[in-house]
Design a protein around this ligand. Structure first.
Ligand SMILES: [Zn+2]
Ligand SMILES: [Zn+2]
Length: 507
């Protein structure tokens, strides 16, 4: 297919649209037709493609390491100055990254925007790239020459990278020499096992260090899955994991033996839920729920299109209808859970845009009072009786604004960040000191690290329009946009507004 770096020239030439063609880049399959090749010819090409992928992976690692070098940790705020990272801020992955050549704590945030992925993924990608380029140069070179594939090179980076600090000088190079000579005859798992054995043989202390470090990465994670399911995973030392699994399995088998018709997997999951939630345990204070209920505004009875009612004022009649709907949902009406709270998020039916937030009690009061200009319980005027919270003439947002913005943004608004709204700061997109208003159009939810990034790291720009669409541009010129999640939000327990942190100026 391609001869050596002839590929670079060939690809570069093919990318611009050919004059008179369909206006798109030429496809590789057009330049190098597959049809007509013999099976041997196709197999040969496939092996060439594998080599090319290796070469590109090495080039990508080099580019990432290069961009990392442009963002040195020396540019970060010194610990102790306002806005600097608190002690213990970083995940073990990020700590690895910080050790790899003094990279800025905000480098993964920029890389996440460039690669259009989550920050966690960018951290992992950067860690692998920096490990290969700086700590495992022989592996990087083998990859660049197409003599090892990316999964194996990455496996070695994962296996050997975390030990780099503890091992004696020269040990990594010695391990590389052994494993690279056999790399392509072993599976990825086999290769990692060989690397681990060699490392333990050449430097027995390193293995013990590694184990202690790994234990610090223990965590519980929640990931959504299709069809109303979600995946709860626990990363913990192997003996504890085996014990938890064994316990769930034993109880599930007891239920099965007692005649339960449910599949064993369902029983294991149910046992685990019961063991964690412990409904029989009254020795601890109950954990209460705080619900945000999504309530689309009623579409007018005279069947105008859904879009036509978007943006019209929220009238006393709308609220009356809403209260009736809530009361019809269950006996006694939909109420806040015991000890918890319930917030109604009123949205436009077509766009899902958030119009106002209101508690059940406030809703009842508004319905009782009706329109102040046209009083009377059944008045049908078109006056607005509820809307976006008003902007105060001061730095700090009102309680109503915090409530509204938490419901609008739901999470940190930085593209790729998934920190939940309960943990976020409210940020003035145009700083208050530069004349930015404390209005919902100028406030958005950012987690603490992205709040620090926006405020203190030069070269980033953040712009928000009236609809809450946030445009973020990195110092390297990559632009990403996030919209308020709109109708994506749903019944979701979020902490109370008091959990929101509002930083003192200059934020
Ligand atoms: Zn009125
Ligand atoms: Zn964030």
């Amino acid at each position: 297919m391609f001869e050596g770096w002839g590929v670079g020239l060939a690809v570069a030439e093919m990318l611009p649209a050919h004059p008179g063609s369909s206006g798109r880049p030429t496809r590789l399959s057009e330049a190098l037709p597959v049809r007509g090749r013999s099976p041997e010819g196709k197999a040969y090409e496939l092996r060439r493609v594998q080599q090319l992928k290796s070469a590109i992976a090495a080039y990508e690692a080099d580019l990432i390491a290069g961009l990392a070098a442009d963002r040195p940790a020396t540019a970060d705020l010194r610990s102790g100055t306002p806005g600097a990272a608190a002690e213990g801020w970083c995940t073990p992955d990020a700590a690895d990254l910080a050790r790899l050549g003094g990279v800025s704590e905000f480098f993964p945030d920029e890389l996440a925007q460039v690669l259009h992925c989550s920050r966690a993924q960018a951290t992992t990608t950067a860690t692998h790239a920096l490990t290969l380029v700086h700590l495992l140069p022989a592996t990087w070179a083998t990859l660049a020459d197409g003599r090892i594939d990316w999964p194996r090179a990455r496996g070695l980076a994962q296996q050997l990278g975390p030990s780099a600090e503890e091992v004696a000088p020269g040990v990594l190079a010695a391990v590389e020499a052994v494993v690279l000579s056999r790399a392509m005859e072993l599976s990825v798992t086999g290769l990692r096992a060989l690397a681990e054995r060699e490392l333990a043989r050449l430097d027995p202390l390193a293995a013990a260090h590694r184990r202690r470090r790994a234990a610090k990465a223990a965590d519980v994670r929640l990931r959504p899955a299709p069809d109303g399911m979600a995946e709860l995973s626990v990363f913990l030392p192997a003996p504890a994991a085996a014990a938890v699994y064994e316990t769930a399995d034993r109880y599930a088998r007891l239920e099965k033996e007692a005649g339960s018709p449910e599949p064993i997997g369902v029983l294991r999951a149910r046992v685990l839920v019961a063991l964690v939630l412990r409904p029989w345990d009254t020795s601890r204070p109950p954990v209460t729920a705080h619900l945000t209920v999504l309530a689309p505004l009623p579409v007018l009875a005279n069947s105008v299109g859904v879009g036509a009612v978007d943006g019209r004022p929220i009238t006393a009649r709308d609220l009356r209808e809403l209260l009736e709907q809530l009361d019809a949902l269950c006996p006694g009406g939909l109420q806040a859970p015991t000890g918890g709270s319930m917030l109604l998020a009123l949205t436009d039916p077509g766009t899902g845009r958030l119009r106002a937030t209101v508690t059940r009690r406030e809703l009842e009061t508004l319905v009782r009072r009706g329109c102040p200009t046209h009083p009377g319980p059944d008045s049908d005027c078109a006056c607005a009786v509820l809307g976006e919270p008003e902007a105060p003439d001061r730095y700090s947002p009102t309680r109503a604004q915090r409530r509204f913005l938490r419901a609008r943004d739901h999470r940190c608004r930085m593209p790729g960040c998934s920190s939940r709204a309960g943990w976020v700061d409210l940020d003035h997109v145009v700083p208050h000191s530069d004349g930015g208003e404390t209005s919902c159009d100028n406030l958005c939810c950012l987690c603490r690290r992205h709040h620090r990034l926006k405020t203190h790291v030069p070269g980033w720009t953040f712009v928000m329009d009236d609809d809450g669409v946030l445009t973020v541009t990195t110092p390297s010129g990559v632009t990403r946009v996030t919209r308020p999640p709109g109708s994506d939000w749903n019944l979701d327990p979020t902490p109370e507004p008091r959990d929101l942190v509002v930083d003192p100026p200059p934020f």
